[in-house]
Design a protein around this ligand. Structure first.
Ligand code: ASP
Length: 348
C-alpha cells in the first residue's frame, strides 16, 4: 500500500511538473559528465591590492571549496548537494563576505542574504536580512524544501530557521577585525563605500550533476554600510541566482542594484534557452556561444553602470565566468579533468 502511494505521489509530481524540464529520471547519465563553477566575489582585485599571503589563503580556500563540490559530483551526488557543500565551506571561511566574515551594516550589525535554485523543477528558496543562522545557504535550502514559500526575510526568517533546527549563532559570530575596521573607517568618513565594497564579496556556486540536473546558489553579507533594510541581488531569484535544466545555472556577484534591474541570472538563461529552441536544439550550445551570451549581458550591465560578474554551468557540461571588474575569486572543474582556481582578470 505504501509503495503504491509512493508511486502515485511520484506520478502526481511528474504530472504537475512543467513538461519540458528534463528531470533526473528522464536524463541519460551522459557518461557521468558533471561540471561546477564557484566564486568568492568580484571587484578591484589586482596584484598589489591584496597581499601575497591573502592571495595564497584565498586560492587555498577556493581549491578546498572546489574539491568539496567536485567530490559530491564525482560520487554521483546531486548538483544541489554539491553547491551547498561549496557555499557552507566558504560561509565558514572568514576571508569571504558571507557567514563568518560578512560585512557590517551602517548600524554595525550583520544582515545576511542567500538563495538557492534547483534547475530540475525550478524550486527555489531565499532569505534576506537574516541575523542568527550560521549558514544562510542552509536556511535558503530549508525555505525551498520545507516551506510553501520562495523568500523569507528578517525576524520571520530567523524564526523559521530556529523552527527548522538550523545552527544558531550569537550576533558577534560573523564579525572579523577586518570587516569591523571597514565599517568604522566608513562611519568616520575615512573611506568611501566604493573603496570598501569593490574588493571582496559574496560567494556562490553552480553545477550540473551526472544526471544532467543543475543548481545554483549564492550567499552574502551584502554591501558594507547598507541601511534601511537594503537587499541586493543575491537573494533575488532571477537576479543573483537562477537555474533551469534547459539552459544554465548562474550565480552573480557585484553591485546588486544593477543585477536586479537587468535580472542578470534569468536574462542569461533565457537567451540560452531561446537560442536552443530557435536553432541548436538537442545538441546544445558551444562554450563560445554561451560565453558570448554571458559577456553580452555583463557588457549591458556595465553600460548601465553596474560592476561585477557571474559564474555559469550549462546542461552541456560547460563551466565558466564573465566579469567586468579587474578580478574575481573563482574556480571551475569538470568531469573531463579540467580544474582551475583564479583571481586576476588576466588568468584563465
Ligand atoms: N551582490 C552583492 C549585493 O549587492 C554584493 C557582492 O556581490 O559583493 O548585495
Amino acid at each position: 500500500m505504501i509503495r503504491f502511494l509512493m508511486r502515485l505521489t511520484g506520478l502526481a509530481v511528474l504530472l504537475c511538473a512543467p513538461a519540458s524540464i528534463a528531470h533526473a529520471e528522464d536524463v541519460q547519465t551522459k557518461d557521468a559528465r558533471w561540471s561546477i563553477a564557484i566564486h568568492g566575489g568580484a571587484g578591484t582585485i589586482e596584484r598589489g591590492v591584496i597581499t601575497p599571503e591573502q592571495d595564497g589563503e584565498i586560492r587555498a580556500a577556493l581549491s578546498t571549496a572546489l574539491e568539496a563540490g567536485s567530490k559530491v559530483l564525482k560520487a554521483g551526488g546531486t548538483a544541489t548537494d554539491a553547491i551547498v557543500a561549496v557555499i557552507t565551506f566558504l560561509e565558514d571561511n572568514p576571508n569571504f563576505n558571507a557567514g563568518k566574515g560578512a560585512v557590517f551594516t551602517w548600524d554595525k550589525t550583520n544582515e545576511l542574504d542567500s538563495s538557492i535554485m534547483d534547475g530540475s523543477d525550478l524550486s527555489a528558496g531565499a532569505v534576506a536580512g537574516v541575523t542568527a543562522t550560521k549558514n544562510p545557504i542552509l536556511l535558503a535550502r530549508a525555505v525551498k524544501d520545507n516551506s510553501p514559500h520562495v523568500m523569507l526575510s528578517g525576524k520571520g526568517a530567523d524564526a523559521f530557521s530556529r523552527e527548522q533546527g538550523l545552527e544558531q549563532v550569537e550576533p558577534d559570530y560573523y564579525a572579523t577585525p577586518y570587516r569591523l575596521k571597514q565599517i568604522e573607517d566608513m562611519l568616520a568618513e575615512k573611506v568611501s563605500a566604493k573603496d570598501v565594497d569593490y574588493k571582496f564579496g559574496t560567494v556562490g556556486a553552480v553545477a550540473m550533476d551526472s544526471k544532467g540536473n543543475m543548481a545554483a546558489g549564492t550567499s552574502t553579507g551584502g554591501m558594507t554600510g547598507k541601511r534601511w533594510g537594503r537587499i541586493g541581488d543575491s537573494p533575488v531569484i532571477g537576479a543573483g541566482t537562477y537555474a533551469d535544466n534547459r539552459s544554465c545555472a548562474i550565480s552573480a556577484t557585484g553591485s546588486g542594484e544593477y543585477f536586479i534591474r537587468l535580472a542578470v541570472a534569468h536574462e542569461i538563461c533565457t537567451r540560452i534557452k531561446m537560442r536552443v529552441s530557435d536553432r541548436e536544439g538537442e545538441a546544445g550550445l558551444s562554450q563560445t556561444d554561451v560565453q558570448k551570451i554571458a559577456d553580452d549581458v555583463i557588457a549591458e550591465l556595465g553600460e548601465l553602470g553596474g560592476t561585477g560578474g557571474i559564474i555559469y554551468a550549462t546542461p552541456w557540461g560547460q563551466a565558466g565566468y564573465s566579469f567586468n571588474t579587474p578580478g574575481m575569486y573563482r574556480g571551475r572543474a569538470t568531469s573531463d579533468g579540467a580544474q582551475s582556481v583564479s583571481i586576476y582578470g588576466d588568468e584563465g
